[in-house]
Ligand binder design. Structure first.
Ligand code: NAD
Ligand code: WQD
Length: 338
């Protein structure tokens, strides 16, 4: 089977491609490097010892997509390309809507023209409304997104669902990721934020490197056992394997299927910091400051549906995620430029 991976040079894309190659899939990938680097792709080829076609392009470019779908016989698409910085999406809403929606629409149009009818889409726990009970099941309420980024995921889910209704034999997997962390155990692949990291784990890792004096903890007065926010942190390699499971599933299940990809375990900010300290032996200075606007106290997945229907579940521990993050961060202080 040949899989077309959009956003293949990004944090999750590199790990998805590595697992696909490892399992014998043929890969064709594309990325415009708006948030990634060509060296990530070179590293995948070098580490796996497998060459694959890679296209530097914007997924909104339908002409290029048509050329690629003519040149390669694609069986399934994994659509990861997208802009993902929540704060930036508030400042540049049109840029986010244009990129994330137009790329999905161009892709679906080209797929339709070339009779490619299977797609796995990177959605997010951010599509769930803020007032659901925990843990979140796939049936929990969606919408009321609090930023343009979240709405782009919500809208793409709707576009994909509408297209699946008219496409004969179309199969769509909407994967709602919770909080991906960690890195490949080789130490060669990981998250490489452009500027100051927005997310907790890369901030902890860069604080451990001495790039920041301390970690600001956003809120110590939530209704949680230690007062800090609780999330469902999933190792990026487990997440990548979830995509492989979804591709298998799509081969037998037409229509739209939605899956939470998480661990089902809630971990507080303080617990993650402690796990990182214990795994690495490095102590992290921290200050509790005001809550970050828009943050929920708790966001945890119910993962029973993915276990049951995809025969997939996360295997790696928080300790694995911390050790792997530190291996990547400490041996690649400047990310893929190291
Ligand atoms: P990332 O930024 O590392 O990867 C996304 C890749 O898409 C980047 O390499 C970027 O250059 C590329 N890209 C963006 N727009 C493009 C376009 N128009 N044409 C071609 N390439 C384009 O992010 P990631 O963490 O790997 O996330 C992958 C996907 O998963 C994104 O869609 C993101 O919204 C989604 N997601 C991520 C998280 C997370 O916390 N990392 C959580 C939920 C969902
Ligand atoms: C985790 C916890 C913070 C940084 C975001 C997006 C979501 C999804 C995943 C794409 C929270 C706390 C954080 C820091 C802190 N992305 N924190 N100090 O907000 O759960 O989800 O990434 O789809 O859409 O919103 O992840 O890593 O930013 O925060 O105390 O410097 O860590 O308050 O409790 P979040 P995060």
């Amino acid at each position: 089977m040949t899989i077309f991976v959009t956003g293949g040079a990004g944090y999750i894309g590199t790990h998805v491609i590595l697992e696909l190659l490892e399992q014998g899939y043929a890969v064709v990938a594309a990325d415009n490097f708006v948030n990634s680097k060509p060296s990530a792709v070179a590293r995948i080829k070098q580490h796996s010892g497998i060459d694959f076609s890679f296209y530097e392009m914007d997924i909104r470019d339908s002409g290029r997509l048509n050329e690629i779908f003519t040149a390669h016989c694609i069986d399934c698409v994994v659509h990861l390309a997208g802009l993902k910085a929540v704060g930036e999406s508030v400042e540049q809403p049109l840029g986010y809507y244009a990129n994330n929606l137009d790329s999905t629409i161009s892709l679906l149009s080209a797929m339709r023209a070339h009779e490619i009818n299977k797609i796995v889409f990177s959605s997010s726990a951010t599509v769930y409304s803020g007032n659901n009970e925990m843990p979140l099941t796939e049936e929990s309420r969606i919408g009321d997104c609090i930023n343009p980024y979240g709405w782009t995921k919500f809208m793409c889910e709707q576009i994909l669902t509408d297209c699946a209704r008219i496409g004969d034999g179309c199969a769509v997997a909407l994967l709602r990721y919770f909080n991906p962390i960690g890195a490949h155990e080789s130490g060669l692949f990981g998250e490489d934020p452009r500027d100051t990291p927005n997310n907790l784990m890369p901030f902890i890792a860069q604080t451990a490197m001495g790039k920041f004096s301390h970690l600001n903890i956003y809120g110590g007065d939530y209704e949680t056992p230690d007062g800090t926010g609780i999330r469902d942190y999933i190792h990026v390699v487990d997440l990548a394997l979830g995509h492989v499971a979804a591709i298998h599933y799509l081969c037998k299940h037409p229509g739209v299927s939605t899956f939470n990809l998480g661990t089902g375990r809630g971990v507080s900010v303080l617990e993650l910091v402690t796990a990182f300290e214990q795994s690495t032996g490095i102590s992290i200075s921290k200050k509790i400051i005001a809550r970050r606007p828009g943050d929920l106290a708790i966001c945890v997945a119910d993962v029973e549906k993915a276990k049951r229907e995809l025969s997939w579940e996360s295997k790696k521990s928080l300790h694995d995620a911390c050790t792997d993050t530190w291996r990547w961060q400490s041996t690649n202080p400047n990310g893929y430029d190291s």
